[in-house]
Design a protein around this ligand. Sequence first.
Ligand code: URA
Length: 434
Amino acid sequence: MNPVELIKLKRNGSALTKDQIKFIIEGYLDGRVTDYQMSAFLMAVYFMNMNEEETFFLTEIMLESGKILDLSHIKKPKVDKHSTGGVGDKTSIILAPLVASCGIAVPMISGRGLGHTGGTLDKLESIPGFNVNFPVDDFKRILEKTGLVMVGQTAELAPADKKIYALRDVTATVECIPLITSSIMSKKLAEGAEALVFDVKIGVGSNLPDKEESIELAKKLISTSRKFGKKAIAVLSDMEQPLGMKIGNWLEIEECIEVMNGKMIPDLFKLNNVLAGAMIYAGGMAKNIEEGEKIALQKLQDKSAYNKFLEIVEIQNGDTGYVKDWADLKRPAFSKTVTASEDGFISEMHASDFGFAAIELGCGRKKVDDEIDYLAGIILHTKVGNEVKKGDVICELFSGSSEKLEVSEKRMKDAVKITGSKPADKPLIIDILE
Ligand code: URA
C-alpha cells in the first residue's frame, strides 16, 4: 500500500478498510508513514470523518499497537476516569488519590496538553522528579502497592496514541469524534480497568464546542467501552468557562492540593465529588452515585486523598518537599493583571480564549518539541455571574517571559464580557449517561 493513495482515499470521503487503517497506523509507528503524511491523513479524517466501523477498527488497531494489561490478580475493583479535555480541568489529580483511598484500584494512563486544553501528564511533571514513564512491571508494582498509578502512553502502552496525540496537538486535528474516541479508548482499554467514567465537556472550552457532537461523543465512549466488555458512565459537564480558579501546570497542582487540604472551590469541588461518586458506584462500592459521593466526601475531608497523593508523588519519584511546601507560593518572574473595563456582571469567561492565552504564557506547546514553563499560568479572581466594579482584578497572568506575557494579554482582549444585568445560572453537571 502507498500512504499517499490512502490519504487521497480518505480526503475524497471513502471509508477505509481495517487493513488500510492498519497500514497507516503501523506505518506511522515504524517510519513507513512520515509525520507530514500522518498530519495530512489526520486532517483528511477531520474533514471527511470516519463511520462507526472505521472508528472501531482505528480504536482496535491503536489499542493493539501496545500491550493490554491483565490486572485480574488485583482483587480490588479497578476503575478509571478520563476527561475529553477542558481548560483548568484538573480533576484527575484529586480524583485518582481520592478514589484509591476509598479502596478502588485506579490504573490511570493520561495525556499531555492537547490543543487549547491542559494535560494531566504536564501537570504532574511540574512536580520536580515526577516520573510518568514506567515499564509495565513497575506500573503493576506501583498500582499494587499504592492502589493507583498515574502515567502516560509509552512504547509498551498505547504507543500509537502517544505519537499521534503529540502530532494532533500541533496540527489542529483535535476536534474530531473518531480521533478523540480512538485516542481515549486505546489508552483506557490498555490499562486494565474494569469500569470507566468519562467526563465529557460541553461548551466553548471543550474539544468539541458543539453540544450535539459532545453528546454523540459521550454515547460513542460508552458504546465502545461496552463492546470491549467494560462498564461505563459519562458525566456531561459545562466547559463554557475555565474550571476552578487556576490554569497552568503547577498552578493546577497547587489548586488541587488546596482542595485536598479543605479549601472550597465550588465548581471544582462539585465536579470532583460527582465523578468520584460515579467511580465508586461503577466499582460496585456504592448503590448509586449519591452514596458514592458521600463516601468520597469523607475521604476528602479526613485528608486521606491528600495523604494518598503524597504517597503517589513519592513512589513516582516526585519531590514531596516541593509539594508539601505548596503554601509558599511558587511564581515565575513576570506577572500582569487584567481588570474590569466597566461596572457590571461577568457574563462570559470564554474558556478556549483562556486556554490559548495560557499556551502563549508557556503552559502548552505550539510545536511538538516546545518546552513548557511549569510555573506559568492564570489565576482567576472572579467567575461568571459575579458583580465587578471598573478596575477590579479579573485575573492575573504569570510567565517566565515578559514578551510572552504581552502576547498573552492581547489574546485575553475578548475573553471576558461584562453585562449590566446578572446572567442566568447554568448547571455545572448537564447530564449523566449510563
Ligand atoms: N483526551 C484524549 O486522550 N484524547 C483526545 O483526543 C481528547 C481528550
